[in-house]
Design a protein around this ligand. Sequence first.
Ligand code: MLT
Ligand code: ZN
Length: 474
Amino acid sequence: IRSAAASLSRGNFAKISSADLSFFEKSIGNDYVKTKEIDNYTSDWTRQMKGSSECVLLPTSTEETSAILRYCAEKRIAIVVQGGNTGLVGGATPIYDEVVLSTSRINKRFHLEASSGVLTLDGGFILADADNRLAERGFMMPLDLGAKGSCQIGGCVAAGAGGIRLLRYGSLHSHLLGCTLVDGKGTILNLGGRLRKDNTSLHTAHLAIGSEGQLGVVTSVTMGVVPRPQSILSAMLAVSSYSDCIRLLSLARSKLGEILSSFEVIDGDTMKCVERHLPLKNVFEGEHNFYLLIETHGSNGDHDAEKLNGFVEEALGAELAVDGVAANSESERAHMWRLREESPLAAAKDGYIYKFDVSLPLEHFYRLTEETREKLKGRARVYCYGHLGDGNSHLNVTTDGEDEELKKELSPFVYNWVVSHGGSISAEHGIGQLKRDYRSLGKSEEESALIRSLKDVFDPHRILCPYKMIHSQE
Ligand code: MLT
Ligand code: ZN
């Protein structure tokens, strides 16, 4: 997977010297400048993307981050910014010898203003930890994703993370009110604020969403959080055809209305892959072509159950679903979610993996999987799971070993197919190094030029995250 980025030559950046290491040690403490045993920082979650680095820096505050960046800008030292290292496009993985700047220790400040539901927290806070703290006060993080136990809120903003409840609560653009961004010159930028409404200027804080470390390091986030739902119900449906899945989405929208919070799909091959590689069992007997996981968030358990049961009954009565199971306990609900959230893990265990994360108009959503399967018949296994309610397909292809030929063919095929069918080559995972060569597909030259100009404002020496979404030599 490294090939796209590695095909670029090393930028004209300085090599780390012992004087640089001494400066870092003096700035943030000896223990937090790591030069050995840094494999966890130089490879990604799949361990398929591997890079190298001379050192990993773990600052503890915005000010320490600023001192590091100011120094690196002056010395032209390249940096890669890393949060929980759960990204799926190699955006946080160094390529040559970039210094890894990890935000893991910037995780002290957590302030919730309960009357307005506005939370300010340090960028290194782990999403699940933040959510657990909010639970004590009756609130919830509006975003949730499989990586919640490790991903950090600053990284979520920088990655533009979507997740499993976007259908109900909206994207990070609906929640982010402000952030602190330390730019590529070391300037501390306090962007936006803590007001729910402030329309006095450009919404600069939103530039951080999906910025992948290109503009700066997100060291603090201010966002709206939501009341924790008093009732959360889940159900799964087994479905024979993709067209019935789409009819069920319309039915769910009309029957469940505002309480519909997730509408996820797992295709039949993915479910078999999950059962093959993980100690998890399908909730249905027998094999089906599609499984839908539907969740509601509401404030009245009886009403919500009546609505969800009514929806499942109608789905079965109209023969749109062949079987349906409602979770009757927290452990049954957790089991359903494990089937979906551990689908990526099962696919990763299935062999060498080629991951895709695309947005498609619903009429084309599953045709991509079918056509890819047809094209790769006998050469690879093809899985599809994802956020059907958002039109976001996670197509995963696996082979027994790394297959260079297939790799060369597959990405152009998928990405051209997606763009020519009105989709986006990255729905929520970003560009990173994995999709670098395809980043302008579907974008105008004017927009690409604007993005490069913005990069020059925030990071004029182009030391931040080179060889990725915006390349240092463009
Ligand atoms: C998911 O929805 O499970 C995540 O985006 C991870 C993945 O796509 O593999
Ligand atoms: Zn996803």
